[in-house]
Design a protein around this ligand. Structure first.
Ligand code: NDP
Length: 451
């Protein structure tokens, strides 16, 4: 008689917590998935006998390494780098690299775990991974950032490859950092391959990759509204963050007829009751990306706007909300406030921005709520298309890619309906996304036997 993992959810989670002490983010991400998967697996003997959930919740490997670099004053600095390769059942590991002081093994394991299901949902052949460092790019000179990226890649290069593991950008890693890392990879290996995505257009990048995550999150939101016979025209939106995902989400909301009221950064949020128009979004992009400025400077530029230091924007009444900054930035009380103020839909641009309490609030209130693994998959989807273009050694046109992104987001929405529509007018998108993503990876794992 085979040993089965047919235990109840609390016992399963007790085991996860015991095996991963001091990794709260990772345990939180596993619990969120397990809550849905347990019901789905109840009568699926093979999944239990093969310990599939237990195996997915154990990364294939975690590589941890030292990253030394020299600052502009000649001091030697020591940082820690990681690559978490969670699961490659359906394709090469794929997931971003994050540079932020809050990065640790727990955060990267949660991100790699989530990425596994997200990538499966896109329908493209990509496994799940994530990497990064506790390096803080803020206040560093361009040359310091280049030296750090080169040192990081000097170790990372031996663990990645176009058919092995293909990293991309994430918080603190944009086109500039991808350029420095790609340059170092090419220098060490003497190979020009699609080993990273988010590359510049002149050297193998894809059109619309920069815009894809934010645009995709709004397409997903529009799909949820359309399923209810509604749209974005005239809707007010509250958005957090002011980086890549937030500014492109804002742009697409404006293009689709909505009005954006807020943006934020780690210093606080700005509220602009007149609406953050395309011109203002362009200013934010330039200010945050090229001038490396702070969002509070928006109020000196645009009259009528206010800055709220140290606060998140969830108390501003709105029709729709898009958390696009970081994990656990929207807590239970924030969720209750949003629902109380009449918010009808939430589409996550960031990864796990809503804590477990907040997730339960949205589910209980039965509002439209899209978890990041479904709604922010547009970025990795276009990364997958960048990999295909690199393999083919050609570049597709912008309108082709725009259409593919829209189709992929609609496909993910449909997958969520398959497992999340209760048939009584409510769609549980968290459940739908978790089951659809899990099933694809689990069935591939079954085919490989115990490896
Ligand atoms: P950026 O670095 O471009 O922007 C991050 C934004 O979030 C900045 O405004 C930053 O403010 C804010 N932020 C970061 N950390 C915190 C914090 N601890 N508290 C408050 N605000 C914070 O990153 P992206 O826009 O690329 O990523 C945002 C989110 O989207 C992340 O969760 C990422 O994993 C997720 N994501 C990104 C994808 C992509 O394609 N880029 C794909 C899928 C998901 P400040 O300037 O003050 O640091």
């Amino acid at each position: 008689m085979a040993v089965s993992d047919h235990v109840d959810l609390p016992t399963f989670m007790e085991g996860v917590k015991k095996r991963n002490p001091h990794q709260p983010e990772f345990c939180q991400a596993v619990q969120e998935v397990a809550e849905d998967i347990f019901d789905f697996m109840a009568d699926k003997v093979q999944y239990h006998e093969q310990q599939i959930l237990r195996r997915i919740a154990e990364p294939d490997r975690v590589v941890s390494f030292r990253v030394c670099w020299e600052d502009d004053n000649g001091n030697i600095r020591v940082q820690r780098g990681w690559r978490v390769q969670n699961n490659n059942a359906i394709g090469p590991y794929k997931g971003g690299i994050r540079f932020h002081p809050s990065v640790n093994e727990s955060v990267l394991k949660f991100l790699a775990f989530e990425q596994t299901f997200k990538n499966a949902l896109t329908g493209l052949p990509m496994g799940g991974g994530k990497g990064g460092s506790n390096f803080n790019p803020k206040g560093k000179s361009v040359r310091e950032i280049m030296r750090f990226c080169q040192s990081f890649m000097t170790e990372l290069y031996r663990h990645i490859g176009a058919d092995v593991d293909v990293p991309a950008g994430d918080i603190g890693v944009g086109g500039r950092e991808i350029g420095y890392m790609f340059g170092q990879y090419k220098r060490i290996t003497n190979q020009f391959t699609g080993v990273l995505t988010g590359k510049g257009l002149e050297w193998g990048g894809s059109l619309i990759r920069t815009e894809a995550t934010g645009y995709g999150a709004v397409y997903f939101l529009a799909n949820m509204l359309a399923h209810k016979g509604d749209d974005l025209v005239g809707k007010t939106a509250v958005i957090s963050g002011s980086g890549n995902v937030a500014t492109h989400a804002a742009e697409k909301i404006v293009q689709m007829g909505g009005k954006v009221l807020t943006l934020s950064d780690s210093g606080g949020f700005i509220h602009d009751p007149d609406g953050i128009s395309q011109d203002k979004i362009n200013w934010v992009k330039e200010h945050k990306t090229h001038r490396r400025g702070r969002i509070e400077e928006y109020v000196a530029e645009f009259k009528g706007a206010t800055f709220h230091e140290g606060k998140t924007p969830w108390g501003v009444p709105c029709d729709v909300a898009l958390p696009c900054a970081t994990q656990n930035e929207l807590l239970g009380d924030d969720a209750r406030l949003l629902v109380k103020n009449g918010c009808i839909a939430v589409s996550e641009g960031a990864n796990m921005p809503t804590d477990l309490d907040g997730v339960h609030v949205f589910k209980d209130a039965k509002i439209l709520y899209a978890p990041g693994k479904a709604s922010n998959a547009g970025g990795v989807a276009v990364s997958g298309l960048e990999m295909s273009q690199n393999s083919e050694r050609r570049a597709w046109k912008e309108d082709e890619l725009q259409q593919m992104l829209k189709d992929i987001m609609m496909g993910i929405h449909n997958s969520c309906l398959t497992y999340g529509d209760n048939g009584k007018g409510y769609v549980d998108y968290v459940k739908g996304a978790n089951i659809a993503g899990f099933k694809k990876v689990a069935d591939a794992m079954l085919a490989f036997g115990v490896v």
